[in-house]
Design a protein around this ligand. Structure first.
Ligand SMILES: Nc1ncnc2c1ncn2[C@@H]1O[C@H](COP(=O)(O)OP(=O)(O)OP(=O)(O)O)[C@@H](O)[C@H]1O
Ligand SMILES: [Mg+2]
Length: 307
């Protein structure tokens, strides 16, 4: 039987009259990287704060390794490593001192791995935390989390302050944890940032989970934007199944240039057809979270009209 690391059931959080979480339910299986995706204000950090025992839920349940995140917070924390959305550091301690303090608080030790991580993330550990940028503060928390030996890792928008190179370092470390069979919750508001790493994704919006599944399962909801220049005129492309919003432009060099959207399910057959027109250049833009949302809502509308 598959073991669940995390079980969230009808979880609610009210701030006064405001319902930040409206009975959300999802689970994370052992060894899984789960992407928790949603726009600003969707409820990601609120959920994570409840999981960490920082906030108390207004209703429902959340369990990590079968233990209640509020009542059994101490037990839960022994198996956790996490990086919060807003990293707070002691301003008068150096980055290195804080990393060691975080490790100590988690009954962990500074190891060779810690030094490796400091190098990988290019952090100067001798500087006082008050001089650190947002990205550097995030690095301190990430280094401490990655050098912690835990069973379950929780990251709340960990790459929002990191440059693309550092984002890669982050992704590499997540994949390493995954290879070791660890379970990971990764929140983000950018789909493309997590799709490389995540086994499954849960989409949250306005305090509600609107979809969970593998990216493959959600592919039917996504479209890729294509801009292509071909040698031969793009006769039939507009009529191909899965092609939408086809626009043809004549460019200065008298080339055949077109832009259109393709349903991800049809991308193979459309590419095969395009190749017959002798492709000169091709640019594709992957589906964004907004696009996924739009498609999701359009689909719901279509389903409703089809009834
Ligand atoms: N302490 C609080 N008091 C009142 N409202 C709150 C509080 N914390 C969060 N909220 C509200 O709850 C909603 C969810 O916020 P949350 O921080 O969970 O969003 P998020 O998905 O993490 O967004 P972001 O991507 O911007 O980090 C927001 O509308 C926010 O204003
Ligand atoms: Mg947040």
């Amino acid at each position: 039987m598959e073991e669940n690391v995390l079980e969230v059931s009808k979880l609610q959080k009210n701030f006064g009259k405001f319902k930040a979480l409206k009975k959300i339910t999802f689970e994370i299986k052992k060894g899984e990287v789960f992407g928790f995706i949603g726009p600003n204000g969707a409820g990601k950090s609120t959920t994570i704060r409840i999981l960490l025992g920082i906030l108390r839920a207004s209703g429902g349940q959340a369990k990590i390794f079968g233990q209640d995140v509020w009542r059994e917070a101490v037990g839960v924390h022994k198996k956790l490593a996490y990086v919060p959305g807003d990293v707070y550091l002691w301003p008068n301690l150096s980055g290195g001192e804080i990393i060691d303090l975080f490790l100590k608080l988690n009954q962990q030790k500074h190891t060779v791995k810690t030094d490796e991580l400091i190098k990988q993330f290019e952090l100067d550990p001798t500087k006082k935390a008050r001089t650190y940028s947002k990205g550097n503060r995030q690095k301190v928390a990430l280094i401490a989390a990655f050098s912690t030996d835990a069973a379950f890792y929780i990251f709340d928008e960990p790459t929002s302050g990191l440059d693309p190179l550092m984002e890669e370092v982050f992704q590499r470390n997540v994949l390493q944890l995954k290879q070791q069979g660890k379970s990971i919750l990764l929140s983000s508001h950018i789909l493309s940032e997590v799709e490389k790493m995540c086994d499954r994704i849960g989409i949250i919006r306005d305090g509600q989970i609107i979809e969970t599944g593998t990216l493959a399962e959600m592919r039917h909801l996504t479209r890729t934007m294509i801009t292509v220049v071909t040698k031969l005129p793009l006769g039939q492309v507009a009529q191909l199944p899965g092609v939408h919003h086809f626009k043809q432009e004549l460019s200065a060099q008298n080339e055949n240039r077109a832009t259109f959207a393709v349903d991800s399910e049809q991308i193979g057959s459309v590419m095969a057809q395009l190749a017959t027109y002798e492709i000169k250049t091709l640019q594709s833009t992957p589906p964004t979270l907004e696009d996924l949302f739009l498609r999701y809502y359009q689909k719901k509308e279509e389903d409703r009209h089809g009834e």
